[in-house]
Design a protein around this ligand. Structure first.
Ligand SMILES: [Fe+2]
Length: 394
């Protein structure tokens, strides 16, 4: 929802007869929030309603996932490098933490898939931790590269395709919505000049999806629909993503994290300045390489704090993580509200005088408590919360 976008052919006005080769096309209005929110209008060659069979499937650890029953309140660390997965982008997906507003998971697919997913539970925000390829979506093809965010709106079918090494993704699933923060838009919807990104940083689909038997197989075509963490497969006799065109405000987009414009202050700025996306009761923030605070006595390392209304998840991507020890690329820490957190011993002092930081990390702050799933717990560094203890004489 960055600006109006259009691909292919559309009639001059909506809800009017539109033909291709003498055949009336099916208009399809994809609307959010009833009919009050953003919408796109699509034109199908063949109505996507010709499913001839429906079956339910399960992918344990994703749909459904299990909550870890006993969760004492302390700092946690999931070592996602330990997460060994295989299969397509659905079989190789797991939920690691969740609350009623956002699910946080990972996918490490080892093979491409002919089936598509429609997420009926919410918008999805992928972060390409590794790899490159393309998201094939109903509204067009969206190439992705390493460290891209890829936003897939609720209800838009897609699959992931790539050549070469297997990709790995961090995934946020926003139960309400995921968008750019409204504070970054002016009253015309345009992104303001003081936002940490601009309209030009967003990449939109440029080509409609074209059917290829080699890439998409033969009928029946499998569309997996997720709703309330249940998966239902719809089998279609015709390729159900064959559009003549569409226009509107609902479509997938990509944004490379390195295009985020970091801000630096005279003294340390709060993490709020890193806010990149906002959902219902949560935000996703980008920490990218930058110059640090420049006051003569500035301490660039984040101060200890108790942000008493928010749980905080940090996914470490690359670079030197100035505030933490025992953390590496692929680490996912969870620091719950209710207990203070801050830099590890020694890192605070070591940051004084530094001019730059090379850290690359994704943060998610949530108002509601996050819970660990059993899969998340299986890959935990269980002594992480004890690593702030300063050793005698050390
Ligand atoms: Fe924090």
């Amino acid at each position: 929802m960055i600006q109006r976008h259009t691909l292919g052919k559309i009639p001059p006005q909506p809800h009017t007869a539109f033909y291709e080769d003498g055949k009336l096309l099916m208009e399809h209005c994809h609307t959010r929030e009833g009919f009050d929110g953003a919408f796109s209008i699509l034109y199908y060659r063949i109505p996507p309603t010709d499913e001839n069979a429906v079956e339910m499937i399960t992918i344990p650890g994703f749909c459904p996932f299990e909550k870890l029953e006993e969760q004492p309140l302390h700092r946690r660390h999931a070592v996602t490098l330990k997460l060994k997965l295989s299969g397509d982008f659905l079989d190789a997906r797991r939920t690691l933490m969740f609350n009623s507003d956002v699910h946080i998971g990972m996918a490490k697919p080892s093979k491409t898939s002919t089936r598509f997913l429609t997420n009926g539970d919410g918008d999805e925000l992928y972060f390409a931790y590794k790899g490159s390829g393309r998201f094939e979506t109903l509204l067009g093809v969206l190439p992705f590269k390493e460290h891209d965010y890829i936003h897939i709106p609720r209800g838009i079918p897609y699959r992931i395709h790539w050549e070469g090494s297997n990709p790995e993704f961090l995934i946020f699933e926003g139960r309400g919505f995921i968008d750019i923060p409204k504070e970054y838009r002016n009253r015309y919807g345009q992104i303001t000049m003081y936002a940490p990104f601009c309209q030009r940083d967003f990449r939109l689909p440029e080509n409609l999806l074209e059917y290829s038997e080699a890439l998409h197989g033969k009928a029946p075509y499998h569309l997996v629909v997720k709703r309330e963490d249940q998966l239902t497969v719809h089998l279609h006799q015709h390729f159900p993503y064959d559009l003549v065109g569409w226009d509107g405000y609902v479509y997938p987009f990509a944004f490379n994290m390195h295009d985020f414009h970091p801000k630096t202050g005279y003294i340390h700025l709060p993490p709020t300045t890193h806010t990149h996306f906002a959902g219902n009761q949560f935000v996703v923030c980008s920490f990218v390489p930058r110059h640090v605070d420049f006051a003569p006595q500035a301490i660039p390392c984040p101060y200890g704090h108790a942000s008493v209304h928010m749980d905080e998840v940090l996914f470490y991507v690359a670079g030197n993580f100035t505030s933490r020890k025992g953390i590496d690329s692929g680490s996912m820490s969870l620091h719950p509200a209710g207990i203070p957190h801050g830099p590890h011993p020694g890192t605070y002092e070591a940051s004084i005088g530094q001019k730059k930081t090379s850290e690359l990390a994704v943060m998610c702050d949530t108002y509601k408590q996050l819970y660990m799933t059993k899969v998340g717990h299986d890959i935990e560094d269980k002594d992480y919360h004890l690593t702030w203890i300063e050793k005698e004489g050390g």
